[in-house]
Ligand binder design. Structure first.
Ligand SMILES: Nc1ncnc2c1ncn2[C@@H]1O[C@H](COP(=O)(O)OP(=O)(O)OP(=O)(O)O)[C@@H](O)[C@H]1O
Length: 345
């Protein structure tokens, strides 16, 4: 991604919100919506979300961002599931959601982890429903029968394929590959098998509008669980790398209320650290550092949004942001990290 590609930019939503309370209010609302949808799926209610409810906010669109999103939506239009692969914190999730929203179909969100098995994807029996039937044979003589009916609850994949939703499966490589066997027939034959389900409706025909976007961290994709080749072959892989400097500045600016010069200092420092350190330093690190600096700098100088930061403050803040990445290493590594950050700053 070159710097040229970001010259024309537009920002979805408001670019910089100076009013912190509005911002916090919106964030709180979004968090509530997330929790609500999580709670809904736990209760066996629909995991379908309205695209507007999952739109990443704020979402910065530079030429670089738009080009990548167009690649994703283009492949989806060509009826290909897309696998986004890239380093931590480079913007895969934001891109995947934005592409899903662009399609305008309902969105189903899934997060990969060790606990995801076939039942978590497809559905399960959720205990029995008991009810009593009361037969009155003749007056004065009655027979009560207790009937237990099995209740099946569809999980996100079943709902998504039936309703023609866009499935966003985040960090899918964290789940056990065996759980993904059911995906093969979805992409190969257009049929989803529900292994635990009894009866004639054991399979679901995949809706023609069903599409899937999967994301993987590039290191984990190779290292955590090796997913089966037969499945990976069904996806096109779109490699996502860190954005160009201008796009990263726009992203940080959209998340934090700071002057342009301050944002530039933070993003430059972050990009230098990315080159200098053997650590994954994603755009998220710059956003976090900027949020911290906005507070600490205001406390130290009695005002925020200045363009220049004290070197020691900048070092302290980046140290706090990056030290969790070496957690577990010895104190020597911690002090080496500190001196390397100080040098880069
Ligand atoms: N186009 C964008 N506009 C606004 N913010 C963005 C954009 N792209 C990324 N971000 C922000 O950058 C941070 C990292 O992005 P995101 O979570 O999408 O990365 P990721 O690659 O999915 O990370 P991980 O691998 O850790 O899940 C988030 O705070 C996100 O809001």
């Amino acid at each position: 991604m070159g710097d040229d590609s970001s010259r024309k930019r537009k920002v979805r939503g408001r670019k910089i919100r100076r009013d912190r309370s509005t911002k916090e209010g919106r964030r709180a609302k979004k968090e509530l919506a997330r929790k609500a949808s999580k709670a809904a799926s736990k209760n066996g209610d629909s995991p379908l979300s309205d695209p507007a409810a999952v739109a990443p906010e704020p979402f910065v669109e530079t030429d670089a961002v738009t080009a990548l999103r167009d690649r994703i939506t283009g492949w989806l239009e060509a009826d290909q599931p897309v696998h986004l692969i890239g380093p931590t914190g480079c913007g895969k999730t934001a891109l995947a959601l934005s592409a899903a929203v662009t399609r305008g179909r309902p969105v189903v969100w899934l997060n990969g982890d060790e606990a995801v098995d076939t039942a978590a994807l497809v559905g399960d029996h959720a205990g029995g429903e008991r009810y009593k039937e009361d037969d009155r044979f003749v007056s004065g003589v009655s027979k009560q029968t207790e009937i237990v009916r099995e209740r099946w609850v569809d999980n996100p994949l079943s709902v998504a394929v039936r309703e023609g939703a866009t499935l966003v499966y985040n960090e899918f490589s964290r789940s056990d590959p065996a759980a993904h066997n059911v995906l093969l027939s979805v992409f190969e034959e257009g049929v989803l098998e529900r292994p635990g389900k009894r009866g004639e409706d054991r399979t679901i025909d995949v809706h023609p509008e069903f599409r899937a976007i999967l994301t993987s961290n590039d290191v984990e994709y190779a290292g955590v669980h090796e997913q089966q080749d037969a499945l990976l072959d069904r996806f096109v892989g779109v490699h996502v790398d860190y954005y160009d400097a201008e796009t990263e500045r726009e992203i940080v600016r959209a998340h934090v209320d700071l002057e342009d010069e301050a944002v530039e200092t933070i993003v430059n420092t972050m990009r230098t650290l990315r080159d200098d350190l053997d650590l994954v330093v994603g755009t998220r690190a710059a956003i976090t550092a900027a949020k911290g600096l906005a507070v600490f700098d205001a406390k130290r100088n009695g005002k925020s949004e200045t363009g220049e930061f004290d070197d020691e403050l900048l070092t302290d803040v980046f140290m706090d942001v990056l030290v969790p990445k070496i957690a577990g290493d010895g104190p020597d590594d911690v002090s080496t990290l500190r001196s390397r950050i100080a040098e880069s700053v």
